[in-house]
Design a protein around this ligand. Structure first.
Ligand code: URA
Length: 209
């Protein structure tokens, strides 16, 4: 997979514009995130190990393709990552799901872990880490480090928006982890928010502000 994939599909870009708008309601934001995450999941799973097996169609036997190996693992970085889960699970209903709880210390912007629960046998699964906003990259890099410690080897990172700073941080810490995003924005502001961005993704999807 390429190291960085920006999904420029018109449906993704149109939905992202609606999500960025200040006046978009919580209900609409959530629905759009679900829709867009399905489209992004399509891209992040574009390259998967494949195998074949014999099946019987109503007409004849055939050697048919299928995804190889164990069910893939989706790992949400709490809490905003959960907004991406439902759409992806619509597309990959058998995926196993894990959670990494990290909050960002408001002063240092460094990640602090408070929860970690992931599927077994991560080493045998494609592992997709999801967080809508790749901002400083500190939480994402930390989450990927924790997953590697837990045995994950084929890790991909899926986000909605990325800042150049976050991409650089992730690529320095984890050059083996491809990143898929809908857009790369300009920069981070002094509070670590992506500019122009869409604000606080967690607050917008859960209506907590
Ligand atoms: N997290 C968010 O929710 N938004 C940003 O812009 C950066 C981090």
């Amino acid at each position: 997979m390429p190291k960085l994939t920006v999904v420029e599909h018109p449906l993704v870009q149109h939905k992202l514009t609606l999500m960025r708008e200040r006046e978009t309601s919580t209900a609409s934001f959530r629905r759009l995130l679900r829709e867009i995450s399905l489209l992004l999941a399509y891209e992040v799973t574009r390259e998967m190990p494949m195998t074949t097996r014999m099946i019987e169609t109503p007409i004849c036997p055939m050697e048919a393709p299928q995804i190889e190996g164990k069910k893939l693992a989706l790992v949400s970085i709490l809490r905003a990552g959960n907004g991406l889960l439902d759409g992806i699970l619509d597309l990959i209903p058998a995926a196993r799901v894990g959670f990494v709880g990290l909050y960002r210390d408001p002063d240092t912007l460094q990640p602090v872990q408070y929860y970690f629960k992931v599927p077994a046998e991560l080493g045998d699964r494609v592992t997709i880490v999801v967080d809508p906003m790749l901002a400083t990259g500190n939480s994402s890099a930390k989450a990927v480090s924790l997953l590697k410690e837990a045995g994950a080897r084929d890790i991909r990172f899926l986000c909605l928006l990325a800042a150049p700073e976050g991409i650089a941080r992730m690529q320095a810490a984890h050059p083996d982890v491809p990143i898929v995003t809908a857009a790369v924005d300009s920069h981070l502001d002094d509070h670590g928010y992506i500019v122009p961005g869409l604000g606080d993704a967690g607050d917008r999807m859960f209506g907590t502000k």
